[in-house]
Design a protein around this ligand. Structure first.
Ligand code: CA
Ligand code: CA
Ligand code: CA
Ligand code: CA
Length: 655
């Protein structure tokens, strides 16, 4: 698999340079590997909407998967107000509407988000209308909106994420704001801190007990992040591997996107510094007739998702924009339509790794063509992306992406499926026979728990009936290969936002992170972590990075099943790394980890990515850097099949 790191691959030259030292260590292994990427299986999906009991039409279906009854399979909240319990068995996908039974008939939507508010192990949910519904663990939800003091006027946000911002273990709330017209109303983004709570909410059933509840606190003004903005994609990820959740806000209406980097519980927008605002270049084009200069003013971002698209252990960022490629005379005469010249295209930002964690838009080299803006003849179909959902649909070991497109009455506004072969993405909705027009709703979840991610999409099956937005359930029947899955639980807690799973195979790594939302409008994939194994060989080890720093080594668990993993009670060891802060190219540099404990083994990365470069059984290593630059030296010390921690340092290499 390492042979894929060539200069024309999606990994780019920077990563190639950094991997030279890794490659020299692994050369004997590489020589045994095939020289072409592995074959991906032919895609096969069956439309099972009817049998699944989801043949319902709603205004604009949005999907949030969460296992509310704790039986291991993903249940489906549609629009934040209709709950379908997953009753699939023996390979048959079956959902039952339990909205009334669980007491949420008054839930308002228009979207919802699962999370565990009170950390009692039962999933609660919030709606984008600001309601908070607490799961009593006995099959009912209770509306605690008033008691928790979260005051979000209806329509003031359409996206949210529940993330532990200040590292106290409790999930805090970030909302994306909204811009409304007719009448004009602008709403700001908000951050609400969750106070510590000692007891489960099921004990607070009586109104007089409810008075003891501590309300949540809006701190967005204090943190200077109360910007009026229409953030339609609020997606969380620890992209810089410093152990805390950061948030990307994909903003609509030609506004720069935000990367809210978490620094000790404070969020600050650093999208510019990291290269993920979108493009602002207002003199890109010249309109021939008038000589007027015109160009991109950021984009209309609707969806975004974090995923490691190139398997280097660093989370990349897929940003879906409504790009309006048409530019030219308006059909009824009059003024010139300039939208094609001012809307930024969708971006596929690849994380360049430590020490800067800067992103570069590598869309072109990933094989996803950019259509030209212009009038008829030049303009060849629009880019109307309204979502971005990811997961490995063919179990080839590489994360695939689905983008809905809006305006379902156009021949080209079908949802696009991009399959990832490790070098490039190929457009595959036709091969998969997933042909749906219009809509914002999509999520991946393994509905029948057979190790193949199934796909749920909203939209119309025919562009002529685009107003008829329905739910479409596609069961994945691809003849795909080996897989492994993990269902993480911290003590009794579920949905462990921020936990990462690093899978080490014979010839590569894969990484996933438990995040709250993905795509657009607070939608959620299956809460379980799923990996296809592809042709990267056997699983050698699996590391779970728990929030708080504990690293758990699972050894090589059995493939072909979901493993329930409980966080061990052990304390997180405090590792220290010592080594010089500067060195010269070609010089042998020595690093040492303390304290030195028995039976601990060490894995070292000396470059920018998380590719393993050296394994040692003693707490020291030497390395020679071939290039000038500033490097992260990462070392993970764990007892095999037990726990440990990770530490890093920065070294500057000069001539
Ligand atoms: Ca972080
Ligand atoms: Ca990556
Ligand atoms: Ca794949
Ligand atoms: Ca499945």
């Amino acid at each position: 698999m390492f042979v894929r790191f060539t200069s024309d691959s999606m990994h780019g030259k920077t990563i190639v340079m950094r991997l030279i030292s890794a490659l020299s260590i692994l050369l004997p292994l590489i020589l045994c590997m095939p020289e072409v990427p592995g074959q991906s299986p032919k895609l096969s999906f069956d439309n099972v909407t009817q049998e699944a009991g989801l043949s319902v039409s709603t205004r604009e279906p949005l999907f949030s998967f969460g296992d509310f009854d704790g039986d291991g399979d993903p249940d489906l909240l549609v629009d934040g107000r209709t709950l379908f319990r997953n009753d699939s068995s023996d390979g048959e996908i079956k959902f039952v509407n339990v909205t009334e039974d669980v007491g949420i008939s008054a839930a308002k939507g228009p979207s919802g988000c699962w999370f565990d508010f009170d950390l009692d192990g039962n999933l609660d949910f919030a709606t984008t209308s600001g309601q908070i519904w607490i799961n009593d663990g006995k099959g009912k939800f209770l509306d605690f909106t008033k008691e928790l003091g979260v005051t979000l006027p209806f329509g003031s946000t359409s996206a949210m994420a529940w993330v532990d911002i200040n590292g106290d273990g409790w999930l805090d709330l970030f909302t994306g704001g909204n811009n409304k017209y007719n009448p004009t109303q602008h709403f700001e983004q908000t951050l609400w801190l969750n106070s510590k709570r000692k007891r489960a909410f099921s004990r607070f059933k009586r109104p007089k007990d409810r008075k003891k509840i501590l309300p949540m606190r809006n701190v967005s003004k204090d943190q200077g992040i109360d910007q009026k903005m229409y953030g339609r994609a609020i997606v969380d990820c620890d992209f810089d591997w410093d152990g805390d959740q950061d948030i990307y806000s994909g903003n609509y209406h030609l506004k720069a996107n935000f990367l809210l980097v978490n620094d000790d519980g404070k969020l600050a927008d650093k999208a510019g510094e990291f290269g993920v605002t979108g493009v602002n270049d207002q003199e890109m084009f010249t309109i021939e007739k008038t000589g007027q200069k015109i160009g991109y003013r950021f984009g209309h971002t609707i969806g975004a998702t974090w995923a490691d698209l190139n398997n280097d252990g660093l989370f990349d960022l897929w940003v879906s924009n409504l790009a309006h490629k048409y530019a030219g005379p308006r059909s009824k005469g009059g003024e010139f339509d300039v939208r094609g010249y001012i809307c930024d295209d969708s971006n596929i930002f690849i994380n360049q790794g430590a020490p800067s964690f800067h992103f570069i838009d590598e869309r072109k080299s990933l094989g996803i063509k950019i259509r030209p803006s212009g009038p008829q003849g030049i303009f060849t179909g629009d880019e109307l992306w309204s979502n971005a959902v990811c997961g490995d649909l063919d179990n080839n070991g590489w994360v695939d992406v689905f983008c809905n497109q809006i305006y379902g009455d156009l021949s080209y506004s079908f949802g696009v499926l991009y399959m990832n072969d490790g070098v490039k993405f190929r457009e595959s909705h036709k091969e998969a026979n997933i042909n749906i027009w219009g809509g914002y709703g999509a999520a991946f979840a393994d509905l029948d728990s057979d190790g193949r991610l199934d796909v749920v999409i909203s939209g119309a099956a025919d562009p002529k009936n685009e107003k008829q937005r329905e739910i479409h359930v596609f069961r994945n029947t691809t003849d795909s290969g080996a897989w492994i899955g993990f269902d993480l639980a911290e003590s009794k807690r579920r949905l462990n936002v921020g936990a990462k799973v690093l899978l080490v195979q014979e010839s590569g790594i894969q990484i996933r992170e438990m995040t709250t939302t993905m795509g657009s409008h607070a939608q959620q994939n299956d809460g379980r972590i799923h990996f296809g194994l592809g042709d990267q060989g056997d699983v050698k080890d699996v590391f779970v990075y728990w929030p708080g720093g504990l690293v758990q080594s699972l050894g090589a668990p059995k493939t072909g099943k979901y493993h329930r993993i409980k966080k061990p009670g052990s304390r997180t060891p405090k590792l220290k790394i010592r080594g010089p802060k500067t060195a010269k190219v070609g010089e042998t540099v020595r690093f040492q980890v303390s304290p030195a404990k028995k039976n601990v083994v060490f894995d070292w990365d000396f470059g920018g990515s998380r590719m393993p470069e050296l394994h040692t059984e003693s707490p020291e290593a030497t390395h020679t850097f071939d290039q000038m630059g500033t490097y992260f030296v990462w070392v993970r010390g764990t007892r095999p099949k037990k726990t440990g921690a990770e530490v890093h340092m920065v070294i500057k290499i000069t001539e």
